[in-house]
Design a protein around this ligand. Sequence first.
Ligand code: MG
Length: 233
Amino acid sequence: MRVAFDVDGVVADLRSVLVREAEVLFGRALSIAPDVDEDHPLEGLNHRERQRLWRRIATIENFWETLGETEEGAVARIAAVASTRRWEVLFLTKRPATAGAAAQTQTQRWLSAKGFPLPAVYVVRRSRGAIAEALGLDAVVDDQLPNCLDVVADSHARPLLLCRGAAVPAGPAVTRAAPVTLVRSVDECLEVLAAMELRLTPALRVISDLPAARSRRSVRRAPIPRRWPRFQE
Ligand SMILES: [Mg+2]
């Protein structure tokens, strides 16, 4: 199974660092929006202040490596489940450049330091849905409803909306039958993905869940076709 995880708001805690930087820069306490990320800046800042904040962030050397995790150990847990279940994992992010290494390199180093060896990171410039379709992804995990709807509109991947402790976003996509699955934590997300994998490839999972000897025996007992199918020439 191929799964893409958004970074900020899903595994990386951008919000706390942005609030800290903004309060130092503007000298006042700020309200914290639950869904802040690089596309949805802090409440309580006007347009000019937001631009100033992002200009300040851009000067911080390797800023993206200074963030904490949204849930302690979440990256390592994703790595462990992906390794056990042999998932192919891709991290998607829209992070802008800062001083120091490229945003992709900073993100790779950060994921590696948090326990995901050899992370594949793609810095998105256009539609996440188009990427999901082009890469044949099975699922995309994101903390932003618009990104999930983008995946619904442009791909066959299943979007999982990570809505951690915040109110469920209003809208037809979540309240009606649109295929956006709500999850509350990275752990719940991994459980949903595992259940989804069982539905995607039931035969493969049954074989891989069997002890090695039994699965080898079942392969030997598989009926041999009387005639091999002809290949088109
Ligand atoms: Mg995000």
